[in-house]
Design a binder for this molecule. Structure first.
Ligand code: KG4
Ligand code: ZN
Length: 332
């Protein structure tokens, strides 16, 4: 079964072709980051217009790369939510028009289910059940995943998402947008011991997170240290990153203990963070659990995870056939 996947929930247009026997045949991403940079964040109307420009050329490029034609497509999966309403509607409209014209089934995919299942696109592939940490710009959640469509939220952020805290702190440090990767890179040259930042909710006894206080602590530090020289900026980055990584790591370990599971899956943009990966790998070695990541280029938003989640839904669970976008949509 050949599934076309379309992702357009935020500032990346992603298209992919996933074959249930041969795996991922092609995937293309167009990032709008350069377009939004001068505004310091995503401008929803510009995002929608750019998705309109990109989605069909990317689809044609994927078909050409996979040496397939539109007629070979067996089903179409698209991100129905959550995300920006106008941006989602572009993917929904194109996916539904194609499905109608080709007379093929269509599956509405939850964006987070796409992220959640993306580590299954790498080898070795984790078996169910596993604990999943979803860490993106919009979400920070720990989930127990027992199978396709069987998701239980164990804990989540009560305020900002981890990626959001990275981006907002980066902005306070004049590192541009989206600042997560830039902050992380600068942290490599910083001294994490110079400033001590809080570890919010580390000892809360549950699996919830809070990151907005950390961002405020960065703001206070920035004000206190002004004018900031390059080394101080790098040291704040290192202290911030260390605080986020420690909280994420401790809660992941607690989630594994609570569920008795031995596999941990990391998904979402912050999953690309090198220090987070090093800390998790080290803990996995010491505590004898396994940790899985999506391929690095599939950590952030992409069409491959949507095509894959759509294919899994069609095979193993009840697909959700519907035309529409759901800007707000809970996964479980
Ligand atoms: O999953 P994603 O592409 O989009 C959402 O669904 O939100 O995640 C984007 C988020 C941004 O907040 C970005 O700053 C963060 O992931 N991010 C990182 C890194 N790479 C991306 N944060 C920390 N370190 C990184 N290396
Ligand atoms: Zn995402």
């Amino acid at each position: 079964m050949l599934v076309l996947g379309i992702e357009s929930s935020c500032d990346e247009t992603g298209v992919a072709l996933y074959d249930s026997e041969q795996g991922l045949l092609a995937h293309r991403i167009h990032s709008q980051i350069a377009m939004h940079t001068e505004y310091g964040g995503v401008v929803p109307e510009l995002a929608s217009r750019d998705h309109i420009r990109r989605v069909l050329p990317l689809t044609e490029a994927c078909l050409a790369e996979a040496q397939r034609t539109r007629k070979d497509i067996d089903a179409i999966a698209y991100t129905a939510g959550p995300g920006l309403a106008g941006a989602l509607l572009v993917g929904a409209s194109v996916a539904n028009a194609l499905a109608f014209a080709l007379e093929k089934p269509i599956v509405a995919v939850h964006h987070l289910e796409g992220h959640l299942l993306s580590p299954l696109l790498s080898t070795p592939r984790p078996d169910f059940p596993f604990v999943a940490l979803l860490v993106s710009g919009g979400h920070t959640q720990l989930m127990a995943v027992r199978g396709i469509g069987q998701y239980e939220i164990l804990g989540e952020t009560v305020d900002d998402a981890a990626g959001e805290a990275f981006d907002k702190s980066a902005k306070l440090l004049d590192l541009g947008y989206p600042g997560g990767p830039a902050l992380s890179k600068l942290a490599d040259t910083g001294d994490a011991t110079r400033f001590k930042l809080p570890r919010p909710m580390l000892h809360s006894g549950d699996l919830d997170f809070s990151f907005s206080g950390l961002k405020t602590a960065v703001l206070n530090l920035v004000n206190q240290q002004a004018p900031i020289d390059d080394q101080t900026r790098a040291d704040i980055c290192a202290a911030f990153q260390e605080a986020v990584v420690e909280v994420l790591l401790k809660k992941c370990v607690a989630a594994l203990q609570q569920t008795g599971m031995q596999r941990l899956v990391i998904a979402g943009g912050v999953g690309a963070n090198k220090q987070l990966r090093n800390a998790l790998n080290e803990a996995a070695r010491r505590r004898k659990f396994e940790v899985f990541y999506p391929p690095l280029e599939l950590c952030t938003d992409n069409g491959a995870m949507i095509a894959f989640a759509g294919a899994m839904r069609l095979q193993y669970a009840t697909p959700q056939y519907s035309y529409g976008a759901r800007p707000r949509w809970d996964l479980s």
